[in-house]
Design a protein around this ligand. Sequence first.
Ligand code: SAH
Ligand code: SF4
Ligand code: F3S
Length: 464
Amino acid sequence: MENLTYTHNAEAASVIARFYDSPPMAYVHSYGCQQNVNDGEKIRGVLLDTGFGICENVEQADLILFNTCAVREHAEQRVFGNVGALKKLKEKNPRLIIGICGCMAQQKHIVEKLRASYPYVDLVFGVDGIDRLPAMIAQRLQKGRRYLEDPRERNAVVEEMPIRRDSGFRAWLPIMYGCDNFCTYCIVPYVRGRERSRKPEHILAEFRDLVSKGYKEITLLGQNVNSYGKGLEEPMDFSDLLNLLCTVPGEYQIRFMTSHPKDASRKLIDTIAAQDHLCKHIHLPVQSGSNRLLQQMTRHYTVEQYLDLVGYARQKIPGVTFSSDIIVGFPGETEDDFQATLDLIEKVRYMQLFTFIYSKREGTRAARMPDPTTHAEKAARMDRLLKAQDAIAFPMVAAMAGQTVRVLAEAAGRNPGTINGRLDNNLVVEFPGQQDLIGQYVNVRLTGSRAALLTGEVAQSNRT
Ligand code: SAH
Ligand code: SF4
Ligand code: F3S
C-alpha cells in the first residue's frame, strides 16, 4: 500500500485561472454513506485549493460534480435521473463541465454507459481520483475533450488533503478505507478496493485539530472499524485507537461506524463502557436473523454469537442502545428466514433500524443466486418489519420522557422556533429554542414523543 501526501497543483491552478474571466464556481453533491460525504468535503477542499469557489445551486456552476453511490440500484437510478436533468443547462452553457465521480464510476459498465449515452458528461473518475482532480480539470480545459477514466484501483492513502467541512461542530473522520469482507450481496469491496488503515498519528493529528477547532461530535468512519490496524507497522486495534483519541482533552463525543459483528470484541465493549467520550450507542448491522442466510451472506457470525455480544454490552454499559441494518428479500429468503429476523429484532429491541430491500448488484456472488421471491412479497415483508420495529421502538422512545439528557443541538426543528438535538443514543429531540444553540451541548428535559421523535424543553438553569 502507498502512503501519499497531497500537494497543491500550481500548474493546474494557473490553467484554470487563465481559462475563466472570474473565479469559476463548483457545485458538488454527494450521495451515499458518510464516507462519501467526507470525500465530497475533500473534493470541495481540493477545488477551493485550485481556485474554484463553491456554490449551492447548479444554475450558478461552471463545474457540477456528482459524487455517487452504487450500493443499491435505486441510488444509481437517481444519479442518472439527476444527470439527465442537467442536459438543458449544458445546452445553455456549453462551457459547463459536468462530472461524475465516486463509487458508481468504479464500475466499468457504468463508465461505458456514460461514455456511450451521456455525451454531455465530460469528466468521470473513481474514488481514488480526488487528489488528481485539478490535473484532470486542467487536461479537460486544455484539450477541449471529455476526460473519462476507466475504473482502477490505486491502493493508496492520501494524507493532508484540503477539506471544506459541511459543519462547524460535527465532523467525519475516516480511519480506514476499503473493505475486504465481500459479503455476497455487497458492491462496496469492488468499488472501494482493499482495506487500508490510516496511521494512528495521522488520525490523532486530525482529531486534535478538530477538537481544537471546537468540533463536538466526531464520527470515526470505516466499512468495518473493528478490523482497524491490519497491516500497520506497529500493531494497534480499534479499541487501542479509541483509547488513544480519548486522551485528547476537551468537550466532545465520539461515534463510529460501521462495527462488523464478526470483529466486534469484548475489549471494544469494555472500552465503550470505560470512556466517557464514547457514545453509549452501538450501530451493529445484523442484516438477517436467519443463520442460514447469514451464512449465504458470508457474514461469519451466528445469531447466537450476535445475541451474546449484545447481552455482554447490556451488562457492561448501562443504558446502551443498539441500531442495525437489515436486508429484506436476500436471494432465497423464505418466510421462515424472515420470521427469524422478526424474532431477532424482538430479542434485541433496537432503538433504530435501517432497512433495505435486497438490490441485485452486478458482479457480486449473490447476483448469481436464485431469487424466486417476487418484489411484491419482499415489499410486504418490509412492511411487516417496519410495523414490528415501530411497535418495539415507539414505546421505548416514549418511556424516556421525564429524563434530563445532554444533547448536541444540531439544526432547526420542523416546527418554527424549535431546535433538534441529538441524544447519545442517536435519537432526536425537538425542543423550543433559539438558533444560536446550534452546535452546543444543551441539557434537555424530555417531555414526550411523537413516533420516533422526542419532544422536550431546555432544562432550567442547566445550559452547558
Ligand atoms: N460496511 C457496513 C455497511 C455498508 S453498506 C457493514 O458491513 O455493516 C450499508 C448497508 O447497506 C449494509 O449494512 C446493508 O444493510 C445495505 N446493503 C448493502 N448492499 C446491499 C444490497 N445489495 N441490497 C440491499 N441492501 C444492501
Ligand atoms: Fe459491504 Fe460487508 Fe464490507 Fe459492509 S462489511 S461494506 S456489507 S462487504
Ligand atoms: Fe455507497 Fe460507496 Fe458508500 S457504494 S454506501 S457511497 S462506499
